[in-house]
Structure formats: C-alpha cells, structure tokens
Design a protein around this ligand. Sequence first.
Ligand SMILES: [Zn+2]
Length: 118
Amino acid sequence: MLNCSTLGGKRVIPDDAWEKSDMTVLSEVTELLRRWDVWKRVEAAPERIDELERRLVNLESKLKRAPGEACPKCGALEFRTARTEPLDGQLGELGMTYRYMECGACKHTERSTEKPKA
Ligand SMILES: [Zn+2]
C-alpha cells in the first residue's frame, strides 16, 4: 500500500483504483485459467495424437483391400465370392454358374445362380 508523506501519510490511491486493481487481478487469473486450459490440451496432445494414429492405421488396413459386400447375416463388409462353378448339364453348357459367397467374418455362405454375361 502506497503512502504519500506530503499528504500527511494518507492513502492517496482512491478506492476505485483498488477496485480496478481487483479487476486486473481477476482478468489475470482468468487469463491464467484460460492458458491452463490450453496447456492441459497441449499436455494431452501426444496421447490424442497416438490415439488418432492408431485409428488411422486401422482405417488404412481396412482400405488396403476393397471392401466386400455387406454380409446378410452379420453385416460385415466381408461378403465375397468364394468360387463359381457351372451348373450341371445343359444350363451349365449355356453358361449359367453358381456363385458361392462367403463371409470372411462369420463364415456365412450363400449360393446364387448367375446367367451368362451378355
Ligand atoms: Zn457375416
């Protein structure tokens, strides 16, 4: 607290100046808290970056191979053609084929008949 001897030791700083000072302190504290919040995010960043990297690698590995169709049983995009073979007899001779689909996730299989491609 400042005293001024020329004014008989009375406090020369008006009370409203102290109020301003409180406001200054408050804004400084607010600023510090704001920075602390930023700092906490910075501190958490390496962990978040690691997590994002893991997710990216996971996505990349899924994109390496074109996704199959959605499995009608479990929904995984791993429903793919396992093999095709011609139908027996005349229909096979006409080019009709069985298409065996298998799900890579749940092993669900389906067989469909396909007409020859025009
Ligand atoms: Zn499946």
